[in-house]
Design a binder for this molecule. Sequence first.
Ligand code: PLP
Length: 498
Amino acid sequence: MSVTLPARGLPHEEILDRLKDLREGDADWREGRVFSLVYHASDEHSELIKKAHNLFFSENGLNPMAFKSLRRMEAEVVRMSASMLHGGPHTVGTMTSGGTESILLAVKAARDRAKAKNKKLVRPNIVVPETVHVAFDKAGHYFGCEVRFAKLDASMRVDVADMASLIDANTVLLVGSAPQYPHGVVDPIEKIASLAQKNAIPCHVDACIGGFFLPWAERLGYPLPLWDFRVPGVTSISADIHKFGYAPKGASVLVYRDMDHLKHQFFVSTDWPGGIYASPTVAGTRPGGAIAGAWAALMAMGENGYVDHVDRAMKAAARLAEGIEATGKLELVAKPDMCIVSFKAKADTGLDVFALADRLEDRDWLVDRQQNPNCIHCTVTSNHESRIEDYLEDLRSAIAYLEAHPDHETRGNAAMYGMIAKVPFRGMVRQSVMDVMEKLYGPRAAEPGFDPMSADDEGLVMRLVKSYGGRALSVLDRVEKLRERLSPGGKKRRRAVT
Ligand SMILES: Cc1ncc(COP(=O)(O)O)c(C=O)c1O
């Protein structure tokens, strides 16, 4: 089937109808059935930020002299964020398109700052917690920095002594998360930053998910360690406005203690035939809509709006955690510092948490599966308030079903995810994922109903599941136990990157 441009443009009504039809199979975030990806404050708030976005949808932040409005709004967003994060008069920063771009730039700036100080630096590395967001792996990959992963303690926070052991003369950045995405705990930022200071290395705090949340949780009296610019030694912080800042997608802020760090983020070319070119971030064209939408979101929420949403999300998360623990069969992976609830099956129950995930998906919940350990992740927002009891009810009936049908666990998705988490040969898993990516972005991707995971397109891992089902999983279980016996507590340090 070939998809080509229509020879004549279609009537606008028809286009809008087709767009609505295309949405049919999408995840139902409005009804609170999605626990990540979308942060929805209210329909009223969304209407406002859509209007703000549309007002500036043609403007381009690439040239701040042409669009002074965007320059002004970006500067105000940075200043408001800096004050929320307890920055000082010298705190500076830029907006970016999202958490990943903020992280890429934080790593690039640290690398270039270190290179400016030490011309002989050829193999830079960054030291991060094992749970740090995968965007740091991407940054290492893009910018030629080795990523060294420090192990965790039992609370899933990074072990700072292990971080210290990984530092050498080529270390250009230490990182901690506030909080980390997988389990919602804040790393010991004061200790990390002090280690960074002792070694004269910058320290970045990834507060992409917590930046617009934790300040208000603190105001509500939730016990939290210090993690922002009040901590001496913290040199930069990333905070996503398109998450708990309730801005339209495409808005994050990256803030530095002072210009000595930010200046290494900039790119300037003086010799291009197209003219002298200066750019503060990765993007060339910078969409005005995202900047105006973020500015409008901050203005509309104000401190009281954020405090209210944080209060509601924290209470909903507490209720979810309580209901999960009350099942007696499940437990939280860690005690979270914010509204992120990740749970796993208790060891003695024989329950497969991925089989549980399949059952929840049958009931139209979008489930975020995690590994090391296998668990289900829920980023709870104020939009989930009225959904928690339904979710818990479906969870309880899923447990009852699985207990009545123990064979269920080794089939379908549960087997695939179980296998993916356990396969010791990560290259094989990587190849399977690459196969899916090539199909997703391949020439058949526009075919109606095309499913890159479907039977005739399945990868190696799925074929193994089909052929060996439960047997393959139990072999992998044995391999895992053997590895644990040979090297107790031993764990793979490195994360595999393309
Ligand atoms: C802690 C953390 N860092 C970085 C990111 C990446 O953000 P984005 O998806 O906007 O690139 C996320 C996303 O959830 C996150 O939770």
